[in-house]
Design a protein around this ligand. Structure first.
Ligand code: UDX
Length: 438
């Protein structure tokens, strides 16, 4: 079995490395020469726990190789995965499929023998059909099938999510393609992973429905958190109290500054547009998109309020810039809305993130990037937690207090215990729980 993985972004690189770990020969293809050179030298383009070792081991074992030559990669492959980017198209919120379609054309020119072409990128319903049409138009006699096999991995725990998924979804009506896909995922049969075989359109829809549902779940608890603050309830107990109901489930009920990242913002928007075009609007998801965007913007106001109504001339120490911990990804991170809003309100920003500083520097100007968490707090009028990295959970509160000019802590990820913070003399505010101290 030989697999070609087109695109070495998050999904492509992790999936390629994991398939090779399963014992399959994998060749990863990317147009970016520098990226491929670096990968060959064992340098990862992203920060993802465990990925470097996985790549190194499988390269050594001869199962994982890299190339910039798509023809070389696709020639003789049993399965070709399209894992290129599908960013939001400027102007209309639709997914931009130009990279997917360009890959399809190149694959058409290079494939030999029966080839299964798999869309792994998140693509709108109907993309598989269009990929098939493009390939058929270029190679009328070719023997191939186009399959949808969406990826559900989370950044920061991507390898575990790939190796031990809740389920695998495979969309195809072609018997031979089904066999190739079953062979590829054979190791997961051993751990009894449910495999959902369905049609291509249904599979494409499952991915969007999953992500928009999760985005809605987060947005729901965020709004409940706001109400909890008003009525004096504790959102953590509410989340536990409802989450223990098996019909609701405990996960994705953690309140915060709004969801970000490479998937939820993009996919909610894309599904909203698709639904509108089909005259079947998803009003719940339209509202989710709107509420989440406003929430991120409103977070700066919380910080300003915690600082006594103004941050003019004040220094704010920001802990965490990435959209979530264990990643260096800054895409749609709440920090991208909150930091500029604080600067616009007259604040000076000092910031630290364990992994995302290089990415942040490309996107956030006019702030002082610090070498460590305590450095970011030195001389600051308030500390603001934007990402729940573990190292921020274990901060020495005495040191924090000494570093700050005023003992003000705004915890937008609820990593501290409100009672302990109050007892330690902080004016502490968080999300959806009683705000104590001051
Ligand atoms: C997500 C999906 O989980 C994954 O299945 C899909 O394939 C890609 O998108 P990812 O974007 O890596 O993965 O991160 P995830 O852990 O899902 O978090 C997304 C955002 O939601 C983050 O900004 C996170 O901080 C936020 N979030 C998540 C919350 O605010 N509360 C929660 O309870 C969970």
């Amino acid at each position: 079995m030989r697999v070609a993985m087109i695109g070495t972004g998050y999904v492509g690189l992790v999936s390629g490395a994991c398939f090779s770990e399963f014992g399959t020969d994998v060749i990863c293809v990317d147009k970016d020469v520098e990226k491929i050179n670096r990968l060959e030298d064992g340098i990862m383009p992203i920060y993802e726990p465990g990925l470097d070792v996985l790549v190194e081991n499988n390269v050594k074992a001869g199962r994982l190789t890299f190339t910039t030559d798509l023809k070389e990669g696709v020639k003789g492959a049993d399965a070709v995965f399209i894992a290129v980017g599908t960013p939001t198209r400027r102007g209309d919120g639709h997914a931009d499929l130009s990279y997917v379609y360009a890959a399809a054309e190149e694959i058409a020119d290079a494939m030999e023998g029966f080839t299964v072409i798999v869309t792994k990128s998140t693509v709108p319903v109907g993309t598989g059909r269009e990929v098939e049409r493009i390939i058929r138009a270029r190679r009328p006699d070719a023997d191939f099938a186009v399959v949808s096999n969406p990826e559900f991995l989370r950044e920061g725990s991507a390898i575990g999510d790939f190796m031990r998924p809740d389920r695998v979804v495979i969309g195809t009506s072609d018997e031979r393609a089904r066999e190739v896909m079953s062979d590829l995922y054979r190791p997961l049969y051993l751990i009894e992973t449910p495999i959902v075989f369905t049609t291509r359109e249904t599979s494409e829809m499952i991915k969007y429905a999953a992500n928009t549902f999760l985005a809605a779940k987060i947005t729901f608890i965020n709004e409940i958190a706001d109400l909890c603050e008003k009525v004096g309830a504790d959102v953590h107990d509410v989340a536990r109290g409802i989450g223990l109901d098996g019909r609701i489930g405990k996960k994705f009920l953690h309140p915060g500054p709004g969801y970000g990242g490479s998937c939820f913002p993009k996919d909610t928007l894309a599904l909203v547009r698709t639904a509108q075009e089909h005259g079947s609007p998803l009003r719940i998801i339209e509202t989710v998109v709107d509420v989440n965007a406003k929430r991120k913007k409103a977070m700066a106001d919380r910080v300003i309020a915690a600082c006594g109504g103004s941050v003019e001339g004040k220094t704010i120490g920001i802990l965490g810039l990435a959209f979530k911990p264990n990643t260096d990804d800054m895409r749609d991170a709440p920090s991208l809305d909150i930091v500029p809003a604080l600067i616009a309100a007259g604040a000076k920003i000092k910031a630290f993130d364990p992994e995302a500083m290089a990415e942040a520097k490309k996107l956030l100007d006019g702030i002082e990037y610090c070498d460590g968490a305590y450095d970011a707090l030195e001389g600051a009028d308030a500390m603001v937690v934007l990402t729940e990295w573990n190292e921020f959970r274990g901060m020495d509160l005495g040191r924090v207090k000494n570093a700050l000019v005023n003992p003000i802590v705004v915890d937008l990820r609820n990593v501290y215990d409100p009672t302990e913070m109050a007892e330690s003399g902080f004016s502490y505010s968080c999300v959806g729980r009683a705000n104590i101290g001051g």
